[in-house]
Ligand binder design. Structure first.
Ligand code: ZN
Length: 132
């Protein structure tokens, strides 16, 4: 099964928690594997804590500091090389096991879409493979 939905980011750097949306998609799955994927070169899928939103801010600030803007070859094309680098390092997908209709996330884990070049409309593709 493949499902898609869109999210709209409001800022250049932003993380949006999509855990509830993904949880609804897998709610009828007995046992399986859930792939969450973004078909974008300047966004990422991340699993981490969102109970304290400061962690998202800390991750964003860390990456902004370590991967500064405006010093890369690709900036001559469209000025967003730093976003491509962040996306390349963090990757476009995460895979989560599913059992009894539930994502097997830890207590402090949430699934977030990270935009490194917003604001934009971002497509999220969720593929669930059911084990029989
Ligand atoms: Zn680019």
């Amino acid at each position: 099964m493949i499902k898609e939905f869109e999210i709209k980011t409001q800022k250049k750097y932003e993380m949006i928690d999509v855990t509830e949306k993904i949880q609804k998609i897998v709610s009828d799955i007995n046992e399986g594997i859930c792939l969450v994927y973004v078909p974008h070169a300047t966004a990422s899928v991340i699993i981490n804590e969102n109970y304290d939103p400061n962690i998202c801010t800390d991750v964003i600030n860390f990456l902004k500091e370590k991967i500064p803007e405006g010093k890369w070859l690709h900036d001559k094309v469209d000025g967003n090389a730093a976003a491509h680098i962040k996306s390349a390092i963090l990757g476009p997908s995460e895979t989560i096991p599913v059992r009894d209709g539930k994502l097997l996330l830890g207590t402090w884990q949430a699934i977030m879409i990270a935009d490194w070049d917003g604001p934009k409309t971002r497509k999220v593709i969720v593929q669930v493979v059911e084990c029989t």
